[in-house]
Design a protein. Sequence first.
Length: 101
Amino acid sequence: MIHNFSPYGADTVNITATTSSNRVALNLPTAPVNPDVRIYNAGTVPVFIVFGDSTVTATTARMPIPPGAVEVFTMGAQATHMAGITASGSAVVYATTGRGS
């Protein structure tokens, strides 16, 4: 069954992805659940993202998010941060935690 995405409140964070990896801590719920994260690339260039701990680093070999795209991912327990990088230019990427797809 597919459920609409429901955010956990004002939990959106963002990064400005450039040609150097940048990371941000995700706003995660306090209960031990595997939340979903809605990603929106507001830029005009693809952003390559990866999820992990506080040391996560993105490379252009990671998952590309096209300009204007919205994707939803289910996080594992170890994923507390998101990192992003571009091959050229820059783009703002928003990450909102919640449930659903």
